[in-house]
Design a protein around this ligand. Structure first.
Ligand code: PHE
Length: 377
């Protein structure tokens, strides 16, 4: 009888304690990674996931953050608006995450950013470069949304200047109007190029479903353009580059970070140039250390996507630590006001929640991608 009373008193205490300690404050801190593991650009997804998970593993090996372990929730968001929105709602509503790293592609990050902002969940896109990802309609920053990369007006201008510097005067622009990233980067290049006195001798659009670009490429060949500006992802670049060779296009192909993939067709794109966020050839110790540990874990050299996902995840966790609480409202302020030593450079956010960072110009040549130069803003 007596022992039964003791048991029930203990039980009552336990229930009372559980009621006033929110379960979330004792369990792991969850971070969702929205990565395009399937869909048009699966290498983007694999790299983003691998970089983000490595950062979490390192923090967990040191004991986690705020005395709690970190738990990763990885969702396949397909570089596509609907699956990305579904993944965001799932991790927020079911898994109750307060933090999202992702998406990779601007087109998917834009609708996800609306949800994160509305639900008060901190989001850092590692790689989405379209300006609207972090902006509200009135042009001010979405206070919960950040990115770890530079934006397209910058990388478009970097490549326009680079092309000019090589003595080229004429460019042909190809773009997929249904892709926010491609459209934005096409516009950014055109603006910078024409402002510098460059000529646009042709501009043609296609859709992401197209596989035959011969009609457009005939026009490119006829235009005698010196540069073919092709700011799309590697899957499209591979098709266009191979067909451009067949059509006898002599223009030098140029593009942006979307070319960065272990699946880029180095033979077809030979001689082409693209801007990117980092180069594994960078001699800074933080970069070389990163390349070494990524290689040890995954057996390959990290691309920009893996690197930026690692940076984005580290920024987020460092901000949780600095905020001293698993509270997205405080964590967003810690991100906005902090300075972070990242692999891709020192990161400090401007009023639009964009880091100010340099770009690397890379060349595809003789079966490999080589570093040409670094360009500061
Ligand atoms: N910047 C691209 C976008 O916004 C994504 C990307 C980044 C792709 C880096 C490859 C490398 O859609």
């Amino acid at each position: 009888m007596k022992s039964r009373i003791v048991v029930s008193v203990v039980l009552l205490f336990a229930i009372a304690l559980a009621a006033c300690t929110p379960a979330a404050a004792t369990g792991p801190i969850k971070i969702a990674h929205l990565a395009p593991l399937s869909g048009p650009v699966p290498t983007f997804g694999a790299s983003t996931r691998d970089g983000g998970l490595l950062a979490m593993e390192e923090w967990n090996a040191k004991g986690g953050v705020l005395g709690r372990k970190l738990e990763a929730i990885v969702e396949d968001s397909q570089c596509t608006p609907d699956p990305a929105v579904n993944a965001a709602n799932k991790v927020i509503d079911q898994d109750k995450v307060h933090y999202i790293v992702g998406e990779t592609c601007s087109k998917a990050s834009i609708p996800v950013s609306e949800i994160a902002q509305e639900k008060g969940v901190v989001m850092i896109s590692p790689t989405s470069t379209n300006p609207t990802v972090t902006l509200k309609a009135d042009g001010t920053a979405k206070d919960y949304v950040f990115r770890a990369c530079f934006i397209d007006p910058f990388q478009g201008a970097v490549m326009a200047k680079f092309a000019m510097g090589k003595g080229y005067k004429t460019a042909f622009i190809m773009l997929d109007q249904g892709n926010d990233y491609v459209r934005g980067l096409a516009e950014a290049f055109e603006k910078a190029w024409t402002e510098m006195g460059g000529q646009v001798v042709g501009k043609e659009t296609y859709t992401s479903q197209d596989t035959d670009f011969s009609a457009i490429l005939t026009k490119v060949a006829d235009s005698k353009a010196e540069v073919l500006w092709l700011p799309d992802y590697y899957n499209i670049v591979n098709l266009v580059a191979a067909q451009a060779k067949e059509k006898g296009v002599t223009a030098v192909l140029m593009g942006g970070d979307g070319w960065d993939s272990s699946d880029l067709d180095l033979k077809a794109a030979d001689g082409g140039y693209f801007s990117n966020h980092y180069s594994p050839e960078d001699t800074r110790p933080i970069v070389q250390e990163w390349v070494k540990k990524y290689q040890a874990k995954y057996g390959s050299v990290p691309d920009a996507l893996a690197t930026l996902a690692y940076d984005a995840t580290n920024i987020l966790i460092a901000a949780i630590e600095k905020a001293g609480a698993d509270d997205p409202a405080k964590v967003k302020d810690a991100i906005a006001s902090g300075t972070f030593e990242a692999v891709s450079g020192t990161i400090k956010f401007d009023q639009y929640h964009n880091p100010i960072k340099s770009a690397a110009v890379l060349q595809v040549k003789d079966g490999k991608v080589s570093f040409i130069e670094s360009v500061a803003p």
